[in-house]
Design a protein around this ligand. Structure first.
Ligand SMILES: Nc1ncnc2c1ncn2[C@@H]1O[C@H](COP(=O)(O)OP(=O)(O)OP(=O)(O)O)[C@@H](O)[C@H]1O
Ligand SMILES: [Mg+2]
Length: 307
């Protein structure tokens, strides 16, 4: 069983317009709304790969029902603490003229110290007996800096996977999570340096291992991924596929890593599954996550090179 934490779930609304024109009325051609949030994505990917998965979090009473229904449909267990307000809506405006995607993200309901304490109690209860807990995604407003670090400390005894960027990554490392999965931009930002070569990335990842993180997986987008940690150092080159949408590739990778960790217990093997799941996710359109058959077909195409 894995438990993911999604403190700020969302509805991701994707609309298509011919050509976005600022300051003018724009006619929407198509519109769809999916349940979003990185913790939800990881739980759904893990479940689609056959793992027992649960997601826990905090959600506005206006919208919580739809999130729970969608999790039921995916077979993901769930426990969301209801709070006043609405689940936030993140709008992606896709310009069909190829000029890009404009994102308008709400921040979510304000957290009070009481709600946060209640959520920590829920997290302790629900992660008890889980093989892994995954802490990922943005925090709602009102959470103090270091909330991820405090969560890892509160879940004492559960192996925590931390997939966040910015200050929460820098501070979260102090609680010595089992595994972190920054992308190369998040790694460079956390270390306040530029990274140009695989050797730069390897050195950067090693500094987190030196700080007490057992396993560091750095995802490199279309350039694959790297592992540095207690099992050595590996580079996993990208698998060339037809790319449709890279949204959620990192979340799918974490789902694949969990599959590998539970199946084989080594991170070397988990990297293969993580890369296969990340790659499978870019083959699907828009916010769709992964098709398990794509994942299964990709596993044998993933190479792991010892560094
Ligand atoms: N364009 C691509 N072609 C092939 N594989 C890709 C591509 N983009 C991502 N991947 C696969 O997915 C993995 C994770 O992607 P990425 O590094 O973009 O994650 P991320 O930046 O954390 O994404 P997220 O937005 O979900 O947080 C990569 O390590 C790689 O295996
Ligand atoms: Mg990511």
């Amino acid at each position: 069983m894995i438990t993911t934490i999604c403190m700020n779930p969302s509805f991701d609304k994707t609309v298509e317009v011919d050509s976005l024109s600022l300051g003018h009325v724009n006619r929407i051609r198509t519109s769809r709304t999916d349940v979003g949030g990185k913790g939800i994505n990881v739980a759904v990917v893990a479940r689609r790969l056959g793992i027992d998965a649960r997601v826990i979090g905090v959600a506005g009473t206006d919208g919580i029902g739809r999130i729970c229904d969608e999790m039921d449909k995916e077979g993901v267990q769930h426990a969301f603490l209801p709070v006043d307000g609405s689940v936030r809506i993140n709008t992606k405006v896709v310009s069909l003229d190829g000029s890009g995607v404009t994102e308008l993200n709400e921040s979510g309901p304000m957290m009070t110290a009481e709600v946060l304490a209640e959520f920590f109690a829920l997290a302790r209860e629900k992660t008890m007996g889980s093989d892994y807990a995954v802490i990922t995604g943005s925090l709602p407003p009102g959470c103090p800096p270091g909330t991820c670090r405090e969560l890892i400390r509160a879940l004492n005894g559960v192996r925590c996977i931390l997939d966040v960027g910015g200050n929460e990554l820098t501070l979260g490392v102090d609680a010595k999570p089992f595994l972190i999965k920054p992308n190369h931009h998040e790694l460079a930002a956390a270390l306040r340096t530029e990274m140009h070569t695989l050797e730069d990335i390897r050195r950067g990842a090693q500094s987190f291992v030196d700080a007490g993180v057992e396993h560091v997986v750095v995802s490199l987008g279309r350039d694959g991924a790297m592992y540095v940690g207690h099992e050595g150092a590996f580079y996993v080159p990208e698998v060339p596929v037809e790319v449709h949408s890279t949204v959620g590739a990192g979340d799918a990778m974490v789902g694949g890593l969990l599959y590998g960790l539970l199946k084989d217990g080594t991170v070397l093997s988990a990297m293969r599954y993580g890369a296969a799941a990340g790659t499978a996710s870019v083959m699907t359109e828009g916010t769709q996550l992964i098709v398990p058959d794509d994942f299964l077909h990709l596993i044998d195409r993933v190479q792991v090179q010892v560094l």
